[in-house]
Design a protein around this ligand. Structure first.
Ligand SMILES: [Zn+2]
Ligand SMILES: [Zn+2]
Length: 104
């Protein structure tokens, strides 16, 4: 554990029955506070990034969007239920983002 203000190694110390970390520069902090701060950082959600990266990596095909009559849509397939079920084809209009599916 290092000092947040000068970067030196903090030394543990007992102060009024509480465990604290002290530095030669005068900086001190409670060990309980540090534990809580670390918890908050590790539980921060990181899932949103994955979703953003998945967007628009699908190939485009020529198909007419029934909402806006655009002629190009992203295309992908997905196994919806059991492995014995046929794949479902998904289309997403490149113009209006309307998404629809078609059973194979
Ligand atoms: Zn310090
Ligand atoms: Zn459209």
């Amino acid at each position: 554990m290092f000092c947040h203000s000068c970067g030196s190694l903090l030394r543990p110390k007992d102060k009024a029955g509480k465990r604290i970390l002290v530095c030669s520069c005068g900086f001190s902090k409670s060990l309980d506070d540090e534990k809580n701060a670390e918890l908050r950082e590790t539980t921060a959600p990181a899932k949103k990034i994955e979703v953003i990266e998945q967007v628009e990596i699908h190939p485009k095909i020529k198909i007419t969007c029934e909402k806006c009559n655009n002629k190009v849509a992203y295309y992908w397939t997905q196994q919806t239920r059991g492995a014995d079920e046929p794949e479902t084809r998904f289309f997403k209009c490149t113009a209006c983002s309307y998404t629809w599916r078609e059973y194979a």
